[in-house]
Design a protein around this ligand. Structure first.
Ligand code: SF4
Length: 382
């Protein structure tokens, strides 16, 4: 098989900023979105010249809120991708969408443009919690969007949820999980809230006093364990620390990240890992819009980092251990030409003895206990 690449396309616009969010996203006027999409299409064209021997296996529109864009923009972006890249017929093509930005017409147009997977940011089924987070939508809005998406023919839908919201208790978290699972989406992502610096949440909950207003550690653990138990009841398997899917519905794009596939990030601030280098696109929108990529593409990139074999092995371990199936010694040998157990014998052996890792040939994986202490284990592979 020839070389394959995943494309990530960043749409940095949102209706307004959620109070916990530190993603590269902001509100914008229509004309700014228009300028951005034109520049993005230019980038898609110029970049394709460097990847003529690659085929595209997955495409992921992330943000921000990609669904804030009028559907004609998504159609134009996809046309540029199809015109300049070789996209596999079975490519998974996902788009992140937020309730409150979706209409029936928009969804039908996305479908026609080639989008075949939707990832809907719900976060909670409780309207008070949604308000605390600063989300623009209610649970009812989500239900409407979800129904529109099914009606438009989307048969591969993810729903995002967040636990650990200020004021949330285990019962309300369980309720959110059940309300979502009852709708039978193909995939559920369940992340814990992280209070990021530079967000309004950090001003309130970042201090020692503020942290007391968040669910305590025991509640947090309770929620974490309830997640796997409830989703299992509804037929979902955990395949990554925070991701659950029905059989065969794992997100191929994200699996690619965790198994060391090459990916190219297009658009403001987007990260890439290709040809043994990591880099990201310029993060300042004004600078981004004024780069003449046809003349010289280098000003587009920041923080270009050449990865040594040692760096790549370490990443392969850390990312692979996020998967419940674990990290494959066979793939490791194929990729790096050495034996994974020999290379990391001391750390693997230590964590097996402590019950945090286990062997399930050809995989080494975290145990249930290890999943709880994943950070401790991963530190040793840095
Ligand atoms: S919708 Fe998502 S990207 Fe936009 S502000 Fe909210 S959390 Fe951030």
């Amino acid at each position: 098989m020839g070389k394959r690449i995943q494309l990530y396309i960043h749409i940095p616009f949102c209706v307004r900023k959620c109070r916990y969010c530190d993603f590269l996203s902001f509100p914008a006027q229509e004309f700014e979105m228009d300028m951005y999409v034109r520049q993005l299409i230019e980038e898609i064209k110029v970049q394709s010249r460097f990847y003529t021997d690659y085929t595209v296996s997955t495409i992921f529109f992330g943000g921000g809120t990609p669904s804030i864009l009028k559907s004609v923009y998504i159609t134009n972006i996809m046309s540029a991708v199809y015109a300049n890249w070789v996209v596999e017929a079975s490519a998974e093509i996902s788009l992140e969408a937020n309730p409150g930005t979706l209409s029936q017409e928009r969804l039908l147009n996305y479908k026609a443009a080639g989008i075949n997977r939707l990832s809907i940011g719900l976060q909670s089924a409780n309207d008070t919690e949604l308000k605390v987070l600063g989300r623009i939508h209610s649970f009812e809005d989500f239900l409407t969007s979800y129904e529109y998406a099914r009606d438009a023919g989307f048969d591969n839908i993810n729903v995002d949820l967040i636990s650990g919201i200020p004021g949330q208790n285990t019962d309300s978290w369980k309720n959110s999980l059940r309300r979502v699972a009852m709708l039978k989406p193909e995939h559920v992502s369940a992340y814990s809230l992280i209070v990021e610096e530079g967000t309004p949440f950090h001003d309130i909950y970042g201090s020692e006093e503020g942290r007391k207003l968040l669910p305590d550690e025991d509640t947090d653990r309770e929620m974490y364990h309830a997640t796997a138990a409830i989703l299992r009841e509804y037929g979902y398997s955990r395949y990554e620390i925070s991701n659950y899917a029905r059989k065969g519905c794992e997100c191929r794009h994200n699996l690619g990240y965790w198994t060391g596939e090459e990916y190219l990030g297009l658009g403001l601030g987007a990260s890439s890992y290709t040809m043994n280098r990591r880099f990201h696109v310029e993060k300042d929108i004004n600078n981004y819009l004024h780069i003449d990529m046809n003349r010289d593409i280098t000003p587009l990139y920041e923080d270009v980092q050449e990865l040594t074999a040692e760096d790549r092995m370490s990443e392969f371990m850390i990312l692979g251990l996020r998967l419940t199936r674990g990290v494959s010694s066979a793939e490791f040998a194929e990729r790096f030409g050495i034996n994974m157990i020999d290379r990391y014998f001391y750390d693997i052996d230590k964590h097996i003895r402590h019950g945090l890792l286990e062997s399930n040939p050809p995989y080494i994986r975290l145990t249930e206990k290890g999943l709880d202490l994943a950070n401790v284990v991963m530190q040793d592979f840095v």
